[in-house]
Design a protein around this ligand. Structure first.
Ligand code: PLP
Length: 378
């Protein structure tokens, strides 16, 4: 089955005995035993639930893994996966990461005795040079948030395998429609399902997808023990979102390209960060490993005043955190997603008071460009 069809029919169409077309929301915490010692498929919804199983099977197939786990948020997926690594574990991670992931690593995992090196994971020899006896994983976002840095998943996977390390990829930005990390050699894929997979800015969710049965068993143990599972109704919403993932991603991809080009042509814009520019240093890597560039565009304007004016003036774009939904959003990373990153570090990387990030939605491109035009105008 092709990807678009899998988004609708990945888990077969055996949903219940009634022949419902859509997956029923099994709003139950527990399941009645069939008899003493008789094993049932479901027993308690923290462990598994039919609505959730259906969604998980779909996501596992879309990502090409053996199993997926649906969590209550992207952060709970990542927190649970981090339990695979004990105290004293060292992890090499991308230096441009979602702010919450950085906070988890720096302020929670380190308290538990883990340590991290944050580097440009696009530089394979640099990553290799940091591998130590206690290194336990390589963690990558590509393209990264919010600077859109690209890392070569296949090259990192070759290094990870040679070194006996799992490669973990946060695939939130491109989704399996554009990029399938497991096919490129990754071992675990993480998602904030809140973003493009759900796609409607109406539900939080997270996923961890495992390449092997062994990893699935280990993640599954922490999943059921920690209990940050996705509730049935939210599973239904995310599953409904996934049905239109390819359509949405195609439109978002086209809209984002036009917006990135338009921004680049403005003299008040100093720099545009977008994975789809042919003159990017790692454009060839993007084209090799992904079939689209996604909907994320960051840019730096000439002054703080202009950044604030744009945020105040936009009418179609909504000034809000998050990304990946049908509505276009604009955010101020310095104050929102990356507020917890130390100032020096943030500024050094260009996430300053002139830096804005856009998540492009599915509106008509003319309205989006017109909105930016009026927001920029004096
Ligand atoms: C939003 C996001 C997360 C965290 O996901 P939540 O669903 O908000 O918990 C992780 N990684 C990336 C790239 C994100 O954009």
């Amino acid at each position: 089955m092709e990807f678009e069809t899998l988004c609708l029919h990945a888990d077969g169409n055996k949903k219940d005995g009634w022949g419902t077309l859509t997956t029923p929301v099994c709003q139950t915490s527990t399941f009645v035993h069939k008899g003493v010692g008789v094993q049932s498929e479901y027993s308690y919804s923290r462990l598994s639930n039919p609505t959730r199983s259906h969604l998980e099977n779909t996501v596992a197939r879309l990502e090409g893994g053996v199993a997926a786990f649906a969590f209550s948020s992207g952060m709970s997926a990542l927190t649970t996966v981090m339990k695979l690594f004990g105290a004293n574990s060292h992890i090499i991670a991308s230096d441009d990461l979602y702010g919450g992931s950085l906070r988890l690593f720096n302020n929670v995992c380190t308290v538990e005795g883990m340590s991290f090196d944050f580097v440009d994971t696009g530089d394979i020899s640099l990553v290799q040079s940091l591998i130590k006896a206690n290194t336990k994983a390589i963690y990558v976002e590509t393209p990264s948030n919010p600077l859109m840095q690209v890392s070569d998943i296949a090259a990192l996977s070759a290094l990870a395998r040679k070194s006996g390390l799992p490669l973990i990829v946060d695939n939130t930005f491109l989704t399996p429609y554009f990029q399938r990390p497991i096919a490129l050699g990754a071992d675990i894929v993480i998602h904030s399902g809140t973003k493009f997979l759900g796609g409607h800015n109406d539900a939080l969710a997270g996923f961890a997808v495992a390449r092997t049965a062994e990893l699935a068993e280990r993640i599954g143990y922490y999943f059921k023990t920690i209990g940050a599972c996705l509730a049935p109704w939210d599973c239904f919403l995310i599953e409904r979102g996934i049905k239109t993932l390819p359509l949405r991603m195609d439109r978002i991809n086209c809209n984002a390209k036009e917006i990135a080009d338009w921004l680049r042509g403005r003299k008040q814009v100093k720099r545009v960060y977008y994975a789809g520019f042919a003159d990017n240093a790692r454009y060839a890597v993007s084209v090799k490993q992904a079939t689209g560039f996604g909907g994320m565009v960051s840019f730096e304007v000439e002054s703080k005043q202009l950044a604030e004016k744009i945020l105040a003036n936009v009418k179609v774009f909504q000034y809000a955190e998050s990304l990946g939904g049908v509505e276009s959003l604009i955010t101020y990373p310095m104050l929102q997603t990356h507020a917890d990153v130390p100032k020096n570090e943030r500024e050094r990387r260009g996430i300053n008071e002139r830096f804005l990030r856009i998540s492009v939605g599915i509106e008509n491109i003319k309205d989006l460009i017109d909105d930016l035009k009026q927001a920029f105008a004096d």
